[in-house]
Ligand binder design. Structure first.
Ligand code: T4K
Length: 378
């Protein structure tokens, strides 16, 4: 008998009976979208939970990021310095805005954009820095802020993985001009599909609200071409319920991560994330990313295959580097210093399954398979 398949994540869902009263409300009102009452309620609740002044909800993380870059009014053809170690949506948001991604190398400890490499890549065409808090690990926000101020650049964060994360000075989302969140099914906080942009002024909030509503500020005024990227009342209802449980879900994830540490930390060649060396006051454990280094007897891909043979579906987030996709490559530039660290990490990274109600016996099963794969090889 084969074991039950285990995927890299499983969405957390609120109790179904709590959804029915909200659905009845929606049915009675007949307001399904266009910034309805649940949408407004969710924006307020998220501002409070995330300790930020303004939020504009979006239909998904990609439209949120696209909007964040659009409302800054960066000149077409401007360069934006970013990381190649991310999901393709990060680069797509730049390309749709007719901005040129300039890829620089990452810090091999945080897997995030290296501030030194950012500064070295600045030219007279540079307009902004787009950092990604990969796996919920904060970018070096202070260093990036300093560089941005010195060179008059905007800072946008792709915070798709960073819901609820706190760094040395509180909510990570307080940093940068704008931060974009994803509420996709695979994220720590999900509304099935959804996203949001965090901003710091009423003026910016109005721009973001208009952008997702076709660019209309009222029925007769549109100053910029926008999208239809609104979050529906159904998704907002899910969000309001999820928010009640998100702390519990993050705590359950923390327990899974702790169990992985205990099981895997003595396996030679496997490197684990070390929260203590990172600027994390409160992690969200959105991913559990290990590195399969040269000291491990088999390659990352051979280990991945071996785990798949046992119905354990780890994932290579992120391989290949975004800069290697044809659609991105032809629209972008790679900094002359190259992407050495990012290339190495992309060949070593493996994200193991983690989700709130994951049985801890899965961690043991994973550990046994990794040890077995290493023994067979040596
Ligand atoms: N920026 C960054 C840094 C991102 O990582 C992302 C998205 C974005 C921006 C854009 O945000 P969104 O526009 O998506 O809101 C997934 C997600 O689709 C994507 O949201 C995510 N990042 C990316 C890292 O991963 P896939 O193709 O790996 O997902 P998929 O469908 O293979 O799902 C992974 C596993 O999750 C499945 O094996 C089973 C499980 N699953 C998935 C779904 C969708 C479920 O159990 N139920 C589900 O409904 O891209």
């Amino acid at each position: 008998m084969t074991d039950k398949p285990v995927y890299v994540t499983r969405p957390s869902l609120p109790p179904l009976d709590e959804l029915y009263p909200l659905l009845e409300e929606i049915w009675q009102r007949g307001i399904l979208t266009n910034s309805g009452p649940l949408h407004v309620q969710l924006e307020e609740a998220l501002c409070e939970y995330l300790e930020v002044p303004y939020i504009s909800l979006y239909s998904n993380g990609t439209t949120a990021l696209l909007a964040a870059l659009a409302v800054l009014d960066l000149p077409e053809g401007g360069e934006v310095i970013t990381t190649p170690f991310t999901f393709i949506a990060t680069a797509n948001a730049l390309i749709w805005n007719r901005l040129t991604p300039v890829f620089v190398d990452i810090d091999p400890t945080t897997f995030n954009i290296s501030p030194e490499q950012v500064e070295a890549a600045i030219t007279d065409k540079t307009r902004a820095i787009l950092g990604v808090h990969v796996f919920g690990t904060p970018c070096d926000v202070d260093a990036l802020d300093t560089i941005a101020i010195r060179h008059g650049l905007k800072v946008v964060y792709d915070a798709a993985h960073a819901f609820g994360v706190k760094c040395h000075c509180g909510s990570l989302l307080q940093h940068g001009d704008l931060s974009a969140l994803s509420f996709h099914a695979t994220k720590v906080f999900n509304t099935f599909e959804g996203g949001a942009v965090v901003c710091h002024s009423q003026d910016m909030k109005e721009k973001l609200d208009a952008f997702k509503n076709f660019g209309l500020t009222n029925a007769e005024t549109a100053n910029h071409p926008g999208l239809n990227a609104k979050l529906s009342e159904f998704n907002a209802a899910i969000g309001l319920l999820q928010l009640k449980y998100v702390d519990q879900h993050i705590e359950q994830r923390r327990r899974v991560a702790a169990a992985y540490h205990e099981e895997l930390e003595t396996i030679p060649g496997i490197e684990l994330p070390n929260q203590k060396t990172l600027d994390v006051q409160r992690a969200n454990h959105s991913y559990f990313a290990i590195r399969v280094t040269d000291e491990f007897p088999i390659s990352r891909d051979a280990l991945l295959e071996s785990l798949q043979g046992e119905a354990l579906y780890a994932r290579r987030y992120f391989f290949p580097l975004v800069s290697q996709f044809k659609s991105v490559h032809k629209e972008s530039r790679i900094e002359t210093q190259g992407l050495k660290a990012a290339t190495r990490i992309a060949h070593e990274i493996l994200c193991l399954p983690i989700y709130p109600d994951m049985d801890l016996t899965i961690v043991q099963r994973m550990s046994r398979c990794i040890v077995r794969a290493s023994k067979i090889a040596s």
